[in-house]
Design a protein around this ligand. Structure first.
Ligand code: ZN
Length: 342
């Protein structure tokens, strides 16, 4: 495509020294690993392609067996726990768990359902939520305050993770979000970002959800990259669990959000060649969580995508490539287009 992304293609993390915070999950048997690597995307792709062709379904995706020596038990996302390249130690230690804030952004004040373009998604509203904010590192007090996410309290927002060479998740998510916006606007959608580098921190996770709700969005995708250990790689899409507590009631969005998430997973796999996570989701590329304010407080179909693991050397090579981020944006967008019937 002719679209030129907001960041140069050639961000090459220099000085990679292989430091990884978590125990390595490298496998000893290379032939087995190669076989598995080929098998997982094929099996998932076949099922997801079937899903896309046959439309929404209630059935669960088939579980792909984990690689030898690999646990099939999903571990909690490390996105929240990664150390950061941030200026302050206290900020760097903050987790990337998602929370929200009552302050209103420009996006939140925008009128609902504005006129869109003339493509197949004309009349559809898509909200893209670039995870974190490059300025969060300088606003520890603001992002650390608690907000209510229905079934508990979470930090307003978090700094996010980074590659070992210092390319931050917040830069990554904003870049991918802008690329997605270009793709989706070309399809006629009305696209809104929860933040666009136009504010110094946040928004808080409750406000991020509120922006999608106020926009009466037809689909919302929160873009992230994980911060797990070396050897943990691949993508996963996070779906809202059924949560009915306090201000949270995800009951009406659980099913459509799963449909949205499955379509995004399938199209992301096709566009990027990025395999489903080998450490979360049992090889399905899907995970369900009840602890994310951005999902708990959403009243419209919404998912998160962890595009890869910034702390893994193979994944970080992809995540820091502008050409690859364009593929990622294309894949996520195609999933949204499929969901919206474009
Ligand atoms: Zn994140």
């Amino acid at each position: 495509m002719s679209y030129v992304g907001p960041e140069p293609d050639g961000f090459d993390p220099d000085g990679w020294d292989g430091r990884g915070g978590a125990p390595s999950r490298r496998f000893g048997g290379r032939p087995v690993l190669v076989t598995f690597a080929a098998l997982v995307p094929t099996a998932l792709a076949a099922w997801l392609v079937w899903q896309v062709v046959s439309g929404p379904a209630d059935s669960e995706p088939p579980k792909v067996l984990p690689a030898p020596g690999q646990s099939s038990t999903a571990s909690p996302s490390q996105d929240a726990k990664a150390s950061s390249p941030a200026p302050s130690k206290s900020e760097a230690s903050k987790s990337a768990r998602e929370s929200a804030s009552p302050s209103k952004s420009k996006a939140a004040k925008a009128p609902a359902k504005p006129a869109g373009g003339s493509g197949p998604l004309k009349g559809k509203v898509v909200v893209i939520d670039p995870g974190h904010n490059p300025g969060n590192f300088q606003h520890a007090t603001e992002i650390n305050r608690s907000v209510n996410v229905g079934n508990g309290k979470k930090e307003c927002d978090t700094t996010g993770t980074s590659t070992n060479a210092g390319y931050t998740e917040a830069r990554f998510t904003l870049d991918v979000a802008k690329r997605m916006r270009a793709v989706l606007e070309q399809q006629g959608a009305t696209v809104r970002l929860t933040q666009n580098g136009d504010r110094s921190w946040g928004p808080c996770v409750d406000e991020r959800a509120h922006i999608g709700n106020t926009a009466k969005a037809d689909a919302v995708v929160s873009v992230h990259a994980d911060g797990s250990g070396e050897g943990n790689r691949g993508f996963h899409v996070i779906l809202p669990a059924s949560v009915h507590a306090g201000a949270a009631d995800t009951t009406p969005i659980v099913k459509p959000s799963r449909d949205l998430g499955e379509r995004i997973a399938g199209n992301y796999l096709k566009a990027t060649g990025q395999a489903p996570s080998n450490y979360i989701g049992g090889g399905t590329g899907l995970d369900t969580r009840s602890d994310l304010g951005g999902l708990n407080l959403s009243r419209v179909p919404k998912v998160f995508i962890e595009c890869g693991n910034m702390r893994d050397s193979q994944d970080s090579e992809r995540l820091t490539s502008g050409a690859w981020r364009q593929k990622a944006a294309q894949g996520i967008s195609e999933g949204i287009v499929s969901f919206l019937g474009g």
